[in-house]
Design a protein around this ligand. Structure first.
Ligand code: SAH
Length: 346
């Protein structure tokens, strides 16, 4: 049953301090509770051992800590781990731990389902059910940090918002979660180690720049030709390439940080010279680098990974124009944990 009590993690530090003052206690008790919640990731008031038992009971009478539960984990033969994460209301999202030689990256979800409608993405088929709260995003990161220590003997090093959902359609909560992940009172991770990936919401990209965020921005472009982009990402008729470009120029002018374009090459869709030329023109407008993503099949005959030759044509053209390009190999494919495969199949 869902409790009617207020979730204490929706309160600011000041509000928790005020609560303690309000009951005739010291305000600094609020700092201690805040530290339990966000530095130590406590999910139960009983765990707050430097708070007296009476106060813990009082907290319990007033508040709840709605927290996630890792419902099941799946391990890939390449070391990738997929968590099915149960939210307090029973809904499920997925997050992924991706290990490399030197890093552990957490790929986290920002929505249950997704607001957008990319034809090639399994999550899009789920439709959006709700936004995740800051604490639900934070908890995914904490859970993967714990798994990284347990299975890979090192702490989590990076976070990417490339799980389920469109992070810029849940702007406030995502920003709030990143504040908790980066703040000294939270995980204390450098924002340079965090990447937000968006399908491209121009208004919100400008807002990111205005809000002077310090993390990295990746844009899932996939085509620099408006007509094609609308076919594969129908929302792009409203959020079009021209406005997107304008917002990216704005982002770069304000932040001086280059953008990463994520790009999948499909047979018969964007594996031709017109697409390469359009992409190059787009890339030259703002400092950027390119991440070519391997397509992960989601059982749709319309989409098929392009040939190695076509991919090489892109790489050659980009390199000739001195645009840094990397090819991202998929991880965790055998457990449906790769990009675009998160769909709560179980
Ligand atoms: N909504 C955000 C973040 C989630 S998707 C965004 O679109 O960026 C994370 C990345 O996976 C995006 O670049 C997306 O285009 C890509 N992706 C989606 N479906 C995929 C698939 N089937 N195979 C490979 N990548 C996919």
């Amino acid at each position: 049953m869902i409790s009617k009590k207020k979730d204490i993690r929706a309160l600011s530090k000041k509000e928790i301090r005020d609560f303690f003052e309000g009951i005739g206690d010291k305000a600094y008790r609020g700092n201690q509770v805040y530290e339990w919640l966000w530095t130590k990731g406590a999910h139960h008031f009983e765990d707050m051992t430097n708070i007296s038992k009476d106060k813990r009971i009082l907290l319990q009478e007033h508040f709840v800590i709605n927290h996630i539960e890792v419902d099941s984990i799946q391990k890939s033969k390449d070391g990738t781990i997929k968590n099915a994460v149960k939210l307090h209301d029973g809904l499920i999202v997925e997050s992924v731990l991706i290990p490399t030689k030197t890093r552990t990256t957490a790929c986290v979800s920002s929505q249950v389902g997704c607001s957008l409608d990319c034809k090639f993405c399994a999550t899009a088929r789920l439709k959006k059910m709700r936004n995740l709260n800051p604490d639900e995003i934070f908890d995914q990161v904490m859970a993967i940090d714990k798994e990284s220590r347990l299975y890979h003997s090192r702490p989590l090093s990076n976070v990417v918002f490339m799980g389920m959902g469109e992070p810029l359609m849940n702007y406030k909560n995502v920003i709030n979660a990143i504040e908790k992940i980066t703040s000294k009172e939270g995980l204390g991770m450098s924002p340079k180690r965090i990447t937000l990936s968006t399908s491209g919401v121009p208004k919100m990209i400008k807002k990111l720049a205005d809000d002077k965020v310090k993390f990295n921005l990746a844009v899932s472009l996939h085509s620099a030709i408006q007509e094609t982009r609308e076919q594969i990402m129908p929302f792009a008729d409203k959020l079009n390439l021209k406005d997107l470009l304008e917002s990216l120029i704005y982002w770069y002018t304000k932040t001086k940080r280059r953008i990463t374009y994520e790009y999948i090459i499909w047979e018969g869709i964007n594996d031709n010279d017109d697409h390469i030329d359009a992409f190059l023109r787009y890339c030259k407008k703002v400092p950027c680098k390119v991440n070519l993503i391997e397509y992960n099949s989601i059982d749709d005959d319309d989409f098929k990974q392009a040939s190695t030759k076509s991919i090489e044509a892109y790489i050659n053209a980009l390199e000739k124009n001195r645009i840094p390009v990397t090819v991202r190999r998929s991880r965790g494919k055998d457990i449906d944990a790769a990009c675009g495969q998160l769909a709560n199949k179980h």
